[in-house]
Structures are given as structure tokens and as C-alpha cells.
Ligand binder design. Structure first.
Ligand code: ZN
Ligand code: ZN
Length: 226
């Protein structure tokens, strides 16, 4: 198993500008530099989540392409990618991959229980269909082993194999480890089979930006992967 970002790169975090992070993009970039990161992807939740969770409408993204005008003024060399944490919507494998109609440069595909409106007994099919249909655009499958009742229906080995076939890495997500919201049997099955993984924070706070990835590496050490 290859770890794509064992160094100072973190490809999953949320901002105040576009979704439910506590910090602005500029705060994230400043503190990323302080915490020794060289590259980050700001991956706010897709429009499906923004609508469903009633997040207040904040920064414009679709119309003026704000992030094309944004530049890193912090003089810390942190490279910033503007992505999206997309949502898996149903067992047909439909996804929501945009914010205000605008796609990002890095797409995480995640299932969030509140947003998925399909049949939970068919979550394996949902992932596999989405990979078949949108595999070219998906950069990583986000946290597929979250502790929840639908895990009993998720054949994570089938999903991991399908991701491998399409050259899509899987994610070891730091925040869910910090929160203890992990189906560890499923995570271990995923790690045993995955060709490539990202270790990302999924930070919604500066504390998580600083510490969550380390929880991922600690788990990998514990399981003998490092
Ligand atoms: Zn997520
Ligand atoms: Zn997230």
C-alpha cells in the first residue's frame, strides 16, 4: 500500500467561506504554513450538503470564481488547491460534485448519511456505480468506513477493489479517528486491500488541521503499516 501524502500535504479540509469549517481560507493557509504543510486542498461540502444542512450562504464561488483571484499573501509557500467534498446520492451512483455550480480541482467522493437518499442496503452498488460513472473525476474516496448502521450493508472489500481498478485512492481520515467514529473492522479491510491511500485531516478547526493527520499515522503505525 502506497501512502500518497506521507509528508506535509493535506487534501481534505473545510472553510468558513464555503461550508462548515470554523476558519476562513486565509486563516487555514496561514496556519497550514505554521503547522509545516506545503500543500493543502480546501474541500468544502458540495451543494447537496449545503442545501440540506442549511449552511448559511457565504462566499460566492460559482459566479465570480473567487478562488481564481485569490492568492497566497502569507509568504509561506503553501500551495492551495480548491476542491470539493462531493456527495454520493443514491444507489444509481449519482453524485453532487459542485459548490454553487462550480466544480473544484480536487474531488473527494464521500457518503454522508444525511445526504444519501438511496437505499442503504445498496450502498455497495452506490459506490461501485459512482466509480464506474465518474471514476475519471474522483481523486479519492472519503472515509468509507465511518461507524454507522449502513456499514453492515457495505462490502468494503468490493468497493476497495473497484477503486483500485479505477486507480482511485482511498482515504484514511484523521477527524473520524479523533472522534472515534470508525468501524475499525471495515477500516482494516480497506487498508489490507487498498493500493493507495491518502492520510487527510478533514479539518473543520485549527486543532484538527494541526493534529488529525497524526492520528492517521499513529493508527498506521499501530497496525504495522509504518
Ligand atoms: Zn465527509
Ligand atoms: Zn470533510
Amino acid at each position: 500500500m502506497e501512502i500518497i501524502n506521507p509528508d506535509g500535504r493535506d487534501y481534505h479540509m473545510h472553510s468558513l467561506n464555503y461550508s462548515d469549517g470554523l476558519n476562513t481560507i486565509d486563516e487555514l493557509v496561514h496556519w497550514a504554513g505554521v503547522f509545516g504543510l506545503q500543500e493543502i486542498a480546501i474541500t468544502d461540502h458540495s451543494q447537496a450538503t449545503l442545501d440540506k444542512c442549511n449552511f448559511a450562504k457565504k462566499g460566492f464561488r460559482g459566479t465570480v470564481q473567487t478562488e481564481r483571484r485569490w492568492q497566497n499573501v502569507h509568504d509561506n509557500g503553501v500551495n492551495v488547491i480548491f476542491g470539493v467534498e462531493g456527495d454520493l446520492l443514491n444507489e444509481q451512483g449519482d453524485i453532487c460534485d459542485h459548490i454553487q455550480g462550480k466544480k473544484g480541482d480536487f474531488l473527494i467522493l464521500s457518503l454522508h448519511k444525511e445526504i444519501y437518499s438511496g437505499d442503504f442496503t445498496k450502498v455497495t452498488e452506490a459506490y461501485c456505480q459512482a466509480i464506474e460513472r465518474f471514476g475519471q473525476q474522483i481523486n479519492v474516496l472519503g472515509h468509507p468506513y465511518v461507524l454507522d448502521s449502513y456499514q453492515q450493508y457495505l462490502d468494503i472489500e468490493a468497493v476497495t477493489r473497484k477503486a483500485n481498478e479505477h486507480n482511485i485512492p482511498l482515504e484514511l481520515n484523521g477527524v473520524y479517528l479523533l472522534k472515534g467514529k470508525v468501524d475499525f473492522a471495515q477500516l482494516d479491510r480497506m487498508l489490507a486491500l487498498a493500493d493507495r491511500i491518502y492520510v487527510n485531516s478533514d479539518a473543520h478547526t485549527l486543532h484538527e488541521l494541526k493534529n488529525a493527520r497524526e492520528a492517521g499515522f499513529a493508527y498506521l503505525r499501530e497496525r504495522g503499516y509504518l
